[in-house]
Each structure stands twice: as structure tokens, then as C-alpha cells.
Ligand binder design. Structure first.
Ligand code: PA5
Length: 444
């Protein structure tokens, strides 16, 4: 069976890439031996093996929710929802909203949009819905607000006892407000282990329960991740190691070629949210100490008609990593047309994907000519198995890349800054001094 493949194309030579092999290997050993910064957050490394014992409970819980609900709302933010949404959207029909394939998976707690929440509540009025509330800390404001609103609505619609059967919480084993609430109310719970950070949690119940609720095969996802684990570890030579090579190539782009932005590009709209998940993974893991590539993303060919101009001719601070999907699930050929008014008969009979692939190749060549080197990650198809491979590939490479850069890839101290100001502005008890300081600042 073919695996996902990392291709460094024209971005650097084999000799240049190999010159980082010792440094990459050292970073891999630091990660695997648990001797680096943030080494109390390495539980994700062995998740493909460790999660096995929980899979049947996750599947059974998902089956119950699927049976009882037409809508399942996943409440969570950042690492507590992006992974699930990425996998579900990649595997779902592009028009799942309009099809009768219930339950529909919805999201809340990923913003504080009043209209969003109002419209969600309106949609769920008198509907059969359930809630999966996910928060590792159990104290994050956005999901807590959404949970308050939807729990109240659900209890009103079904009564407290029935609502209890429709709510599942995924949180810390012992601490946090969500754990306390779940224990008091008697909700079914799953645990986010202490040693797994949010953005590395998609292969834990955090990602697996929503994905199973959407009807996808979490066993295959984990099998793919396990396979990639065996391909990326430090036991595999640098010359054959896709994750070590990707980390090394990123390092070269940043340190040697002076690039500041990595654009993750896809030519398949189903991968849009894989890019959103990836941006959090790399942005939150590496963006600290005044360093790191800025992770951005584009969906091609759509964005070639918006961002394409900048990429081709704007400031030369970009390189591109293209996720290339080799096979499609469906076949569609372009019809011939007698009048040929659009002049497209020269591609009549070709598959749409063949045109897309030529757009991909043409774009990559054009961007190289424009000073935007590109790397490529090939995946045989979009399926549970290959998404599992892709997820583990990006996670492992992120750990290696963070250590090569010299940062702690597993903390996120900068995320607290906005929270402190928001709490002070909202008058949270204990924040009085900060409130006064902010008021002074705003009155200047
Ligand atoms: O990766 C992370 O740690 C963050 O993105 C968190 O997942 C996010 O802030 C949500 O935190 P919590 O799950 O504690 O509500």
C-alpha cells in the first residue's frame, strides 16, 4: 500500500536537505526521549497505540448519540474542535447540509458571535439534538457560554433527565469547572489526558468522538496514524523519513532562504479545514520568542483568482507546501460541445481532475518562476486511513521543527494576554487592578 509522500522538488537540493540530518535527528531524539522543553506534553506521540482500549467505548457512545439525535453540537475552541472539524469536513459530501444524512454535526463555542448562537438556537428549536462539550481546562469562556445556552435549551426541550442522556463531556480527569459540572449532573465523560495538549488531541476522544458521531471509521484513522508513526520515528533514516525531511526543509526556508510565511495550499476544497487545523498546530506550537514561520493557507484554484497575484508577484516572503491528492472518489468527464463557443473542446473527454492536476502543476511551476519555492505532500486519496497518516505526519514534524527552532512547541503562553484584558473589561472579580489600568489607558 502506498503511503503519503514528502517531495521537496526544486525548493532545495538533496545535499542541502541532507545537511540538516544530524540536527533533525537530534530533535527527533529529544522528542522521543522526552528530554526537551514541554516534555510533560508528549502523550500524543503514543496515542495511536494507547487509544486502542477506548475505541469501543467511543464507538458505542457515538452510536447512541447517532440514534437519538438529528443534530449533534460539538462545543469547543482551538484544539478542542479544529481537528474533528478538519477530518469530518474532509470526509463528508460537500453538500452534506442539504442532504438527508442525519445526524448533522454542528459547532459552537468556537466564537462569541451573538447572531451565530442565536441562529443556532433557532435552528435547534424543537429538534432532536445532543451536545458534546469539549474543554481540557474546563474553564474556557467561549465554550462555557455556548454550553450554558445549549444545555438550558436542551433541558427545556426534553426535561433534565432526558437531556442528561444527550450530553457528553470531554475534559480533564479531575480538575476544571466542566469536570465538576459533569460529575454533579451525571454526564457521560471521556478524559483528555494531562500530557496531551489541545492542538495535539485529534487522535484522542476529543477528535474521535465527533468523527465517529459523523459516521466515519475511527479505527482506520488510528491505523493510518500508527503506520505514519512507524515511518517518521528516529529509527527511520533521514533519507527515507518524510517528517524529518519536512521539518528540515521548513528550517532551511526560514533560516537560510529568509522566508517568513509558509502557505499551505490544496487543490481540493475538502481540505480547507485541514489547513485551519494545521495553522493552529504550527502557529501555536512555534510562534513564540519572536520567531517562526507564519502559517497561512490558500484553497486553489479558488484563491488563484484572489491571492494568486500576490503569491506570484508580491513581497518575496513566501514558500508553499502543496497537499496533493492523487486519487478522487468520483469520476466526471468534461462533455464535448458542438458549438464550442467557450473553446474548451480541446479538453472534452478529459476528467475534471486531470484539468485540476494540470492547474496544480502549472501553478507550482509559475510560483517557482516567481520566487516562491514549493514543497509537496502527496496523499493517495482522502480517506480515514490517509488522513490518519497526514495528521500524525504533521504532528510529529511539528515537534521536530519546534525543537530545531529552539522553542517549546507544547506551550502557548501568548494565548492568555487577550483573556486577561477581556476579563478585566468584563469586571471579573480579582481583576480590579487590571481593570483600572485598562480604563486609564483607554481614557488617554
Ligand atoms: O491547543 C491548545 O491548547 C488550545 O488551542 C486549546 O485547545 C484551546 O484554547 C481550548 O482550550 P480548552 O480545551 O482548555 O477549552
Amino acid at each position: 500500500m502506498q503511503d503519503i509522500r514528502f517531495v521537496y522538488n526544486n525548493a532545495l537540493t538533496t545535499e542541502q536537505l541532507s545537511s540538516y540530518s544530524t540536527q533533525a535527528f537530534a530533535a527527533q531524539r529529544t522528542l522521543e526521549d522526552g528530554t526537551g522543553k514541554g516534555n510533560d506534553f508528549l502523550g500524543w506521540l503514543t496515542l495511536p497505540e494507547d487509544i486502542q482500549t477506548q475505541l469501543s467505548d467511543i464507538k458505542d457512545t457515538a452510536a447512541l448519540l447517532r440514534q437519538k439525535c438529528d443534530y449533534i453540537v460539538c462545543i469547543g475552541i482551538g484544539g478542542s474542535y479544529l481537528g474533528a472539524k478538519a477530518v469530518i469536513d474532509a470526509l463528508s459530501s460537500s453538500f452534506t447540509w442539504l442532504e438527508d444524512n442525519k445526524p448533522h454535526i454542528l459547532y459552537a463555542g468556537q466564537n462569541i458571535g451573538e447572531d451565530y448562537l442565536f441562529e443556532l438556537q433557532t435552528l435547534l428549536k424543537d429538534k432532536r439534538f445532543g451536545i458534546i462539550c469539549i474543554s481540557k481546562s474546563g474553564t474556557t469562556t467561549e465554550p462555557a457560554i455556548a454550553f450554558r445556552l445549549l444545555k438550558t435549551q436542551l433541558e427545556k426541550q426534553t426535561g433534565k433527565d432526558a437531556a442528561r442522556e444527550l450530553i457528553v463531556c470531554i475534559t480533564d480527569a479531575k480538575k476544571g469547572a466542566l469536570r465538576t459540572l459533569a460529575t454533579e449532573e451525571g454526564y457521560k465523560t471521556f478524559v483528555i489526558e494531562d500530557n496531551i495538549g489541545g492542538r495535539f488531541s485529534v487522535l484522542s476522544p476529543v477528535g474521535l468522538l465527533p468523527i465517529a458521531c459523523a459516521g466515519f471509521d475511527i479505527q482506520r484513522l488510528i491505523e493510518g496514524a500508527a503506520r505514519e508513526n512507524s515511518l517518521c520515528s528516529s529509527a527511520v533514516d533521514f533519507a527515507q523519513n518524510p517528517a524529518a525531511q519536512y521539518a528540515a526543509a521548513r528550517y532551511d526556508m526560514y533560516q537560510q532562504q529568509g522566508k517568513k510565511v509558509e502557505l499551505l495550499a490544496n487543490f481540493n476544497p475538502k481540505l480547507h479545514n485541514i489547513s485551519e487545523w494545521w495553522k493552529q498546530l504550527y502557529g501555536e506550537s512555534e510562534g513564540k520568542d519572536g520567531k517562526a514561520l507564519f502559517p497561512a493557507s490558500v484553497d486553489f484554484t479558488t484563491d488563484l483568482h484572489s491571492m494568486g497575484q500576490y503569491i506570484q508577484e508580491g513581497e518575496r516572503l513566501l514558500f508553499e507546501t502543496v497537499i496533493s491528492v492523487l486519487g478522487q472518489q468520483h469520476e466526471l468527464s468534461i462533455p464535448a460541445n458542438k458549438a464550442n463557443l467557450d473553446g474548451l473542446n480541446f479538453i472534452a473527454g478529459k476528467r475534471v481532475d486531470e484539468v485540476n492536476k494540470m492547474a496544480e502543476l502549472g501553478t507550482m511551476l509559475a510560483h517557482v518562476d516567481g520566487g516562491v519555492p514549493n514543497l509537496k505532500i502527496e496523499i493517495p486519496e482522502i480517506s480515514e486511513y490517509y488522513l490518519g497518516e497526514l495528521i500524525y505526519f504533521f504532528e510529529y514534524a511539528c515537534g521536530v521543527s519546534g525543537y530545531m527552532l529552539g522553542v517549546n512547541p507544547f506551550n502557548q503562553p501568548g494565548v492568555e494576554a487577550y483573556k486577561k484584558n477581556m476579563f478585566a473589561l468584563l469586571g471579573k472579580p480579582g481583576y480590579e487592578q487590571q481593570t483600572a489600568e485598562i480604563q486609564k489607558r483607554l481614557s488617554r
